[in-house]
Ligand binder design. Sequence first.
Ligand code: GLY
Length: 382
Amino acid sequence: MRATGGDVVIVGAGLVGLSVAWDLARRGAVVKVFDRGEAARAASWAGAGMLAPHSEGLDDAAMLELCAQSLAMYPEFVERLREEGKADARLHLDGILNVAYGPDRAGELHVRAAALRASGAGCEWLDAPALRLSEPALAPSACGALLVRGEGSVDNRLLGRALTEACVARGVTIVRDAGDVAIECDVRRARGVRSILGFTSAGCVVNATGAWAARLPGVPEAYSPPVEPVKGQMFALAIPRGFVRHTTWIPGAYLVPRDDGRLMVGATVERTGFDERVTARGQHDLLAAVMRAAPSLGGFTVAETWAGLRPGTPDGRPFLGPSGLDGLWLATGHARNGILLAPVTGRLLGAAIAGESLEALHPFLLARLRTEPALAARTTHS
Ligand code: GLY
């Protein structure tokens, strides 16, 4: 294990932190996860669980490849969690619909379809009658849709429960309500964390604190990732099961049906700092998008509203791997794709911390944003 001289401590018990913990525990590491609140809350709980590398329109090849790799891992990830975590996270990979309501959008989607076919990704164009059969809830003005095969959704709240249970079953210690956790460093390396439990020493500390990653106390500025919160507001409608069948992008919003008869509707994109309020404007914008695209949903009950903070980064890529300070690792900055990227983040970080190759992490190192050669060199050799 690369994390010689002590246990692994992960700060942040979201899906990303727990996924790293679970992978390391399966490799035999002693792992503790600290969170200032509950496990699998914050963005892990607030997201819709959409698994959509292509429908998200990613144009960064390294990021698209990472997302596609993680999507491919999902069936086994969820199945293992069902065995070890005793909860079925309800994975659906029956395709995502990207709906057009006019010729301009239809044209864009046809271009995207050609690119997907050229790259070998499966997709299909549904004309208006086929779309109506597939999703009768949509307005008759919907003129067609691109169905991206293999994409879908997972119930991220159930996934969080399963991952928490699976970690515990593997001997991971999860310290909830740990207060303001701080990293303790000397001039050479991270030594551990300070929490309500006092000092906990560690051979390796992982910053998996999502939108709060740049604020983790005790981290020297050079090793603090430039992550900023990007708010997403959502709401859920209580609909009859099957009323909406696919995860569906409409102009201005997306719809993600759950097996329990709830329809998750998201999400705003707001750079308003650490503000987690649900606002009239945010909800209005989402409701207006739904009422335009699928007015048949208008009579159903709004069952829940909420907001969460995505961890945004300057170039849209997460920070994965050594921070550059010995003993301090990063697993944060997953922006819109934290739930999608949880399996691959666990696998790659687990492997790297265990001493395997760092190569797959190179496009995602903090050092990519730095110009100082000394820091870049330390990062690649830690
Ligand atoms: N992944 C969708 C969102 O962040 O809103």
